[in-house]
Design a protein around this ligand. Structure first.
Ligand SMILES: [Cu+2]
Length: 146
């Protein structure tokens, strides 16, 4: 009987080890809202954690079109964007720009983008609408080590 108990304990431990070695559960998505007005964001610094999915919700309360873009940022998995219907024809000021993370919000509308940064560091985010970055529509996304 004692041996059976010991066997069960070992079996239980093995099961735990097996579970532990499988894909770790990703931390819950961090949702952040960013307000865009003419011509500014309400935050110039956003802090997130490497390995944690982050969802940026961009609300445009201006009378100009705005977006949220990061040219290059190491990330795991896909960048998932959601833009409002009328945004489909969104024309980036410079078509040669191909930001890795991009979401636009039409006038009075919103959009969101979800991604998981993988590498600690500081990354610049900005609005690709012509002249907006120069006018100060930019900030820093700080990815911290977990
Ligand atoms: Cu803008």
């Amino acid at each position: 009987m004692k041996r059976l108990a010991g066997f069960l304990v070992i079996l239980l431990l093995l099961t735990l080890v097996a579970c532990g070695s499988s894909e770790p559960t990703p931390p819950p998505t961090l949702s952040l809202s960013l307000l865009a007005t003419d011509i500014a964001y309400d935050k110039e610094r956003i802090e997130v954690m490497a390995g944690q999915p982050v969802r940026i919700m961009l609300n445009n309360e201006g009378v100009l079109e705005h977006d949220f873009s990061i040219m290059e940022i190491p990330h795991v998995g896909e960048v998932m964007g959601e833009e409002m219907e009328e945004e489909m024809g969104h024309d980036m000021s410079a078509m040669e720009m191909d930001p890795e993370v991009h979401v636009a919000a039409p006038i009075g509308g919103r959009g969101s983008v979800e991604f998981t940064p993988s590498t600690p560091g500081e990354y610049e985010f900005f609005c690709t609408t012509a002249g907006h970055k120069e006018a100060g529509m930019k900030g820093t996304l700080v990815v911290q080590a977990p």
